[in-house]
Design a protein around this ligand. Structure first.
Ligand code: PEP
Ligand code: MG
Length: 316
């Protein structure tokens, strides 16, 4: 019966009582964007631009970048759907030959993501030119966000550069400092997107690639949920979108908790969308909020999961 319900779910994302939640896809290149566009998604919440450049020895020209980005944007040009393009997140777990800062003792804490633009500002400027060109060429509603933002100054400078090109600007919340400053970040940008993979890594001081620390790199950790909660609450105060684009969004139970915390969109691998959409569509916003309260109050990730699970199935 659950399989039948899963197959039947067609979107758009909403709770059983009709609260809309944008369900979006994570994509990496034109092929994954085309696959996502065929699914029941309301757009792309995370286009990881660096993943197309993992095998590149040198930086693609602005013209070549614009062609690649246009191929990703084009399937979403029609209708209401938008695409969130993330600027290069090079470094640490995503080494890019032409961008990654070499010889660092602690690459995860080094010059990665937006920080590369402190060293080579042209790299970011050229990428933004290419994104703007692709947006113009395809007519797609294009938003641009920066990874690894830690300070309000970074958010302001990034937003200035993006808006100069006529696009909507946001930042990822992946560093605890950024979550703690969510209100001030929102004063500078149009939207936030919480990257729970890195937010968990940096909150728990546990390498996301280290399988021995999987109990720490768990987005159900109470400290991580607290930071998500205060970021989502800041979004509600500001009346601006706050999404989640880390793996947490693909866990149907956690997705309900995130919605209960006030998150307005969930972006995930397209294969996960139907399960999340079906789960969300089976419970009310009030239930999501109860699940969120219980998960926040739980002492451990396991207790948070158990509390959320029992509330998701108990009452209707
Ligand atoms: C994240 O950190 O949660 C995220 C979405 O970005 P990435 O996994 O690409 O670092
Ligand atoms: Mg990240």
């Amino acid at each position: 019966e659950e399989r039948a319900a899963l197959g039947a779910w067609e979107g758009p994302g909403r709770t059983a009582d009709g609260r809309p939640v944008s369900l979006l896809a994570n994509v990496a290149d034109p092929a994954s964007a085309a696959a996502a566009a065929a699914g029941p998604v309301q757009g792309v919440g995370l286009f990881r631009t660096e993943l197309g450049f993992l095998d590149r020895a040198s930086e693609p020209s602005v013209a070549e970048q614009a062609d690649i980005y246009a191929d990703v944007l084009a399937p979403f040009a029609a209708g209401e759907r938008h695409v969130v393009v993330r600027t290069l997140d090079a470094g640490s777990d995503k080494p890019i030959a032409f961008a990654t800062h070499p010889d660092e003792d602690n690459p995860a804490l080094g010059v990665r993501g937006l920080r590369l633009s402190f060293i080579d500002h042209g790299l970011l400027e050229r990428q933004l030119d290419a994104i703007a060109e692709a947006a113009k060429r395809t007519g797609t509603d294009t938003w641009v966000m920066a990874p690894m933002v830690a300070t309000v100054d970074e958010a302001r400078d990034f937003a200035t550069a993006v808006r100069a090109r006529g696009l909507r600007a946001g930042v990822m919340i992946e560093v605890p400092s950024a979550a703690l400053l969510a209100d001030r970040m929102l004063a500078e940008v149009d939207f936030l997107s919480i990257g729970t993979n890195d937010l968990t890594q940096y909150t728990m001081a546990a390498d996301r690639m280290c399988s021995d620390l999987a109990h720490l790199t768990d987005p159900w950790q109470p400290a991580v949920l607290q930071l998500v909660a205060l970021t989502a609450a800041a979004g509600q105060r500001a009346g601006k979108p706050v999404g989640v684009c880390g793996e947490a969004a693909a866990d149907p139970l956690l997705a309900c908790v995130l919605v209960g915390l006030g998150v307005t969109s969930l972006s995930m691998a397209v294969a996960a969308v139907r399960a999340v959409g079906a789960r969300l569509g089976a419970i009310t916003l009030a239930q999501c909020q109860e699940m969120a309260r219980a998960a926040l109050a739980a002492p451990t990730p396991a207790a948070a999961r158990d509390a959320a699970r029992s509330l998701a199935t108990a009452q209707r």
